[in-house]
Write a protein that binds this ligand. Structure first.
Ligand code: GTP
Ligand code: MG
Length: 259
């Protein structure tokens, strides 16, 4: 129990740090044996990131992964879901499940070769509901396509063109790139990208943007003004503006805010 408490404490600390940094979290969920950990490993192996070391030491089920447009994300591996999670298990994984309930995107991993896959999907959905995560945006990941006849990796989209299902093989590393592109698309759907003109007094704003790893480029003009090219989630940008009491119209002139 001691050890578990320690792990939980570290997890809580990790969570706090992330909330401060406002990096989107993506959680791998799914029935036991679907291939979540295999997928976690094949995604993170291809994305070696020096600043990740501290993270990996604190908690091996969390890794920071860079996406081309959406910036960094925290990828979380979770415990395999089964029909009704025993109460003890729910308690032990409280922090993980909490994280899942707050994730920006869930990757629901499914064993595409399992005849029981539909029943498993429903059981996982039941657990998601139990832990209050059923309202999270979800991307279905059909794994183990290497076990299907003549099947290539692909992405299925809904009527609006949004990626909703990805077919891949985590073990053979086929289609993992398609998955990352789909995650990138889902997370960057609501990105703010632009150049901000800051005065030397805007130091706090500037350091918040750096902390969020949102700065793509910085140029200092002769008169001391700073041009920052930034890219970050719109909701995080708005949050920052409101925290600094900068009027939202300054950067979103078309938006009428009713609240
Ligand atoms: N053929 C095949 N096997 C896979 C694939 N991905 C995972 N597996 C195998 O499926 C088994 C379960 O994989 P894990 O990654 O441990 O599954 P998990 O979802 O993390 O399982 P839990 O942590 O118990 O919930 C292992 O034997 C993997 O080698 C795949 O793409 N193809
Ligand atoms: Mg696992």
């Amino acid at each position: 129990m001691k050890r578990l408490d320690k792990v939980r404490k570290q997890r809580d600390q990790g969570r706090r740090a992330r909330v401060r940094a406002e990096i989107p979290t993506v959680s791998l969920v799914g029935y036991t044996n679907a291939g979540k950990s295999t997928l976690f490993n094949s995604i993170t192996a291809a994305n070696v990131y020096a600043a990740d070391q501290l993270f990996a030491t604190l908690d091996p089920t969390l890794r920071k992964v860079q996406l081309p447009d959406a910036g960094p994300m925290i990828l979380a591996d979770t415990v395999g879901f089964i029909r009704h999670l025993p109460h003890k298990l729910v308690e032990a994984f409280r922090a993980t499940l909490q994280e899942t309930a707050e994730a920006d995107l869930l990757l629901h991993v499914i064993d595409a070769h399992d005849e029981e896959r539909q029943a498993h999907i429903e059981q996982v959905n039941d657990v998601l509901q139990e832990i209050g995560a059923d309202d999270r945006p979800t991307l279905l990941v059909y794994n183990k396509i290497d076990l299907l006849d003549d099947f290539s990796p692909r992405v299925d989209r809904d009527e609006e063109g949004v990626p909703v299902r990805v077919w891949l093989s985590a073990q053979q590393n086929q289609g993992v790139d398609l998955l990352l592109a789909a995650v990138n698309e889902r997370l960057s759907g609501s990105m703010f990208e632009g150049t901000l003109e800051l005065s030397p007094q805007d130091g706090q704003f500037r350091s918040m943007l750096y902390a969020r790893e949102a700065v793509l480029d910085e140029r200092i003009e002769e008169d001391g003004r700073i041009n920052l090219r930034v890219r970050l989630q719109q909701k995080d940008f708005r949050q920052m503006l409101s925290r600094l009491q900068i009027p939202v119209e300054r950067y979103f002139p078309d938006v009428v805010d009713n609240d």
